[in-house]
Design a protein around this ligand. Structure first.
Ligand code: CA
Length: 230
């Protein structure tokens, strides 16, 4: 993902709809780019690094579905998440779109609040693909190589500890509640208790502690954890 605000490309031929959507995305802090046709969209993608595409199904000339297919078959752009807007609620159409690689579908007329929630969620789900290296102090994570180091010395982490650390590293100093961590790492698995979060944070702390006298993890008693050196 580019370093500033996430960049969103809105592909929609109806000006009024495009304007309302762009306005709301701007308020949420996104950088918005617009295209009225599939062809224009492909041009924007050539010139700008885009983090997410909101693509209307009903477009003049090339249909949204075909635009989706073209983007997904392009090596450079295929990892960009696409949320398709459709007036059709038919399951069959959804399946066709999802098969072509669309990340999500929102049926018109949609609530802005819902669409914004989907945008956030799609960006979050895809952030792993775009951010390769995360760092905090002497701590470094190469997400792609699945490698964690403290002061350039390799730390072996279990898969759960790796996921936990990654969430913390994506937002240094942000305090996560145990429930939030539970939701992100265990996807709200009902068989997992909040105490499990404590156990794995304990392991993570111990594993990082073996490499450094610094305690990277701050416990916020009765609430949760953050990555914090202070
Ligand atoms: Ca349209």
């Amino acid at each position: 993902m580019n370093q500033g605000s996430p960049r969103i490309l809105v592909v929609e031929d109806e000006p009024s709809q495009s304007e309302v959507l762009s306005y709301n995305l701007n308020i949420e802090g996104y950088d918005v780019f617009n295209a009225e046709t599939g062809e224009e969209a492909l041009l924007v993608l050539e010139e700008t690094e885009i983090d997410l595409i909101i693509l209307d199904w009903m477009l003049p000339e090339i249909s949204g579905l075909e635009v989706c297919r073209q983007i997904k078959s392009n090596e450079r752009h295929k990892r960009i998440p696409i949320i398709m807007l459709t007036a059709r609620g038919e399951e069959e159409d959804k399946v066709r779109g999802l098969n072509l690689g669309a990340s999500d579908f929102v049926t018109k007329p949609y609530s802005t609040k819902e669409l914004l929630a989907r945008v956030r969620s799609s960006l979050r789900d895809h952030s792993d693909i775009n951010i390769d290296i995360l760092t905090y102090g002497s701590l470094r994570m190469d997400v792609v190589a699945h490698l964690v180091t403290v002061s350039d010395v390799k730390v072996s982490l279990g898969p759960i500890e790796f996921k936990l650390l990654r969430i913390l590293l994506e937002n240094p100093k942000k305090v996560f509640s145990r429930d939030q961590l539970l939701a992100r790492v265990w996807h709200n698995n009902l068989n997992v208790e909040t105490r499990t979060v404590d156990v794995h944070i304990g392991r993570l702390r111990k594993q990082l502690g073996e490499m450094s006298s610094v305690d990277f993890i701050r416990t916020v008693r009765g609430f949760g954890y953050s990555l914090d050196l202070e």
